[in-house]
Design a protein around this ligand. Structure first.
Ligand SMILES: *[C@@H]1O[C@H](CO)[C@@H](O)[C@H](O)[C@H]1NC(C)=O
Ligand SMILES: *[C@@H]1O[C@H](CO)[C@@H](O)[C@H](O)[C@H]1NC(C)=O
Ligand SMILES: *[C@@H]1O[C@H](CO)[C@@H](O)[C@H](O)[C@H]1NC(C)=O
Ligand SMILES: *[C@@H]1O[C@H](CO)[C@@H](O)[C@H](O)[C@H]1NC(C)=O
Length: 302
């Protein structure tokens, strides 16, 4: 007993000595948020596992509610708040973590980053086809009764309290030419993007600006997001569909409502373009643009 105790003490001392002089390489875990009409079980878990295999970092697909139906029917503010509580309960994430998000999952991810109080830090954030600046057309229903109803309701009236409280994507439909209605009645995106002049919250901006890397992936052949440039925070002018503003031409960027410009000026934003349709990623693109941001990072722990 005496011997093994001494060995332990020796081991501890040596380890502590090494750690105090050299930065320690640790794997930062990542979480993944899927898009609308999707769920972790199945393909998305596979993708998470693949990213984990390639990066050597533990990865978790974070499910919000029951997955498929709740991704349509739970308002995004609530989805972000569920994500916030889940992240705070995961011990694996307590020292900080990275995020990968697909499509609508990006608005949950950003809600988590901006709104979640007393949360562990987000280091890198890789956004795949996120409707960051809104979508100008109600999303196409792929299949299933929920989205048929949701689509019909949204086409009826998007800026209505009932729709806003019950259909998740209504929270980021932003129709050019109807911006005053959007600013007045939309319950999610105007807050997330600090769009309302009298309600801007610098805490949201500070939190977003704390990211180490922001990777914004746009899909060249995206037929789901209209316009596809929303994945880079580009969008139409408030007046209509005629003119598309690049990221740097938008007021969100120029007046830096959420810190996107600050991050960009600091060289922390990567604007990346993938060749396929919405969320179609090629192996080489994954290896080159996603995996490096999930790999081990040197951090000194003492
Ligand atoms: C998940 O990956 C396994 C092997 O890696 C494969 O057999 C399976 O078909 C995949 N499942 C889905 C839903 O993609
Ligand atoms: C990840 O690696 C494990 C262990 O090598 C393997 O069994 C699994 O099929 C891999 N999964 C994917 C999706 O690549
Ligand atoms: C801004 O957001 C933070 C974090 O949620 C909150 O504590 C604070 O009260 C908000 N400030 C204002 C002025 O609303
Ligand atoms: C993108 O769309 C164009 C036109 O439909 C097509 O020719 C091209 O093959 C597509 N590229 C990819 C990578 O899907």
């Amino acid at each position: 007993m005496g011997k093994s105790f001494r060995q332990s003490v020796l081991l501890f001392t040596v380890t502590a000595f090494l750690f105090s002089f050299f930065p320690v390489s640790i794997s930062i875990p990542f979480i993944l948020f899927h898009g609308i009409g999707d769920k972790c079980s199945g393909g998305v878990n596979n993708f998470t596992q693949r990213l984990s295999n390639l990066s050597g970092s533990p990865g978790f697909c974070l499910e919000i509610g029951n997955g498929e139906a709740d991704s349509w029917l739970m308002p995004l503010r609530q989805q972000a708040s569920v994500a916030c509580e889940k992240v705070k309960q995961m011990k694996e994430l307590s020292q900080g973590y990275n995020i990968v998000a697909q499509s609508q999952g990006n608005l949950v991810a950003r809600g988590l980053i901006e709104f979640c109080d007393n949360a562990p830090p987000v280091i890198n954030y890789v956004s795949l086809g996120g409707p960051h600046a809104g979508i100008a057309v109600v999303p196409k229903c792929a299949s299933g009764p929920i989205c048929v109803i949701a689509e019909a309701l949204m086409k009826l009236e998007i800026y209505n309290d009932f729709i806003q409280d019950h259909i998740a994507p209504s929270g980021y439909v932003k129709i050019p030419g109807e911006i005053s209605k959007y600013l007045e009645h939309s319950k999610y995106l105007p807050k997330l993007n600090n769009e309302r002049p009298d309600e801007r919250n610098s805490t949201f901006k500070d939190r977003f600006t704390n990211l180490h890397n922001l990777v914004l992936v746009m899909f060249q052949n995206d037929t789901t997001l209209i316009p596809k440039e929303t994945a880079w925070f580009g969008y139409y002018t408030d007046e209509g569909f005629d003119t598309l503003l690049s990221t740097q031409q938008t007021k969100l960027y120029k007046e830096d409502w959420i810190g996107l410009k600050a991050l960009d000026v600091a060289g922390k934003v990567k604007f990346v373009s993938f060749s396929g349709d919405h969320l179609i990623v090629a192996y080489e693109e994954v290896v080159k643009y996603i995996v490096p941001y999930l790999m081990q990072t040197s951090l000194s722990i003492l």
